[in-house]
Design a protein around this ligand. Structure first.
Ligand code: BG6
Ligand code: MG
Length: 218
């Protein structure tokens, strides 16, 4: 059987942390008198912490000092970490363990490809670190999604050509990054939001073993 590279985003794909990012950004935005909707949040998914704060400030027409910017970033992360600290395996999204187990049985290469600097902490909390052959996260990249850097580094670490990699993503920015990297993009979420993905599934329960095998064989 051919060996393909399967690259998973973390937040909103493996674990349900997208909701915690939303809560923490909303709290911060509102404290600055800036409105923050679910639609705006969609634009922050997959986007780095720095870029996310830049976007929120621009939506609110606010300019702040460098020092204040750093303070706000730390504040958001502390708030986010307070949610994370209560996480356990129950927050792994449905059927993610089944897919990871199947890929392992089929001897496929598996990597994480996340923008988060908290990725390793989260994987440890939900006891999934050992499921990955490579972990590439926000600490390893200089360019944020939609730049393909994170996925290209993952492919390199797995020793698999980008064209032989498959990316699971819940964000618009991440799907774009996978497409730019010439990888097969699989959106996890709504077709309406992730229309640029090659395939879209609501969640992993909709992905059959046969579909995974067809990705490996084709
Ligand atoms: C992405 C999330 O996975 O990581 C974004 O979708 C988040 O919402 C980004 O901003 C950076 O995460 P962190 O944990 O380093 O702030
Ligand atoms: Mg995500």
């Amino acid at each position: 059987m051919t060996k393909k590279g399967f690259i998973f985003d973390l937040d909103g794909v493996i674990v349900d942390t997208a909701k915690y990012h939303f809560l923490a950004w909303k709290k911060l935005a509102n404290s600055l008198g800036i409105d923050f909707t679910e639609e705006e949040n969609e634009q922050l998914k997959g986007v780095s912490r720095v870029k996310s704060l830049e976007k929120i400030l621009s939506w609110g027409n606010k300019t702040i000092s460098e020092e204040k910017f750093m303070e706000l970033m730390a504040e958001k992360n502390e708030d986010y970490l307070s949610h994370i600290s209560k996480m356990d395996e129950d927050e792994i999204l449905p059927d993610v363990p089944r897919i990871l187990k199947l890929l392992k049985e089929l001897q496929q290469a598996i990597s994480l490809g996340s923008a988060s600097k908290n990725a390793r902490t989260i994987l440890e909390r939900v006891d999934l670190k050992a499921s990955f052959d490579a972990i590439v996260d926000g600490n390893d990249v200089s360019k944020a999604k939609p730049d393909p850097e994170v996925f290209l580094i993952a492919a390199k670490q797995l020793g698999i050509k980008p064209e032989h990699c498959i990316v699971f993503e819940d964000s618009v920015a991440g799907i774009e990054a996978a497409n730019v990297a010439s990888m097969i993009s699989i959106g996890i979420g709504s077709e309406y939001v992730l229309g640029h993905a090659k395939y879209v599934f609501r969640d992993f329960t909709e992905i059959s073993d046969e579909f995974i095998k067809s990705l490996i064989e084709n």
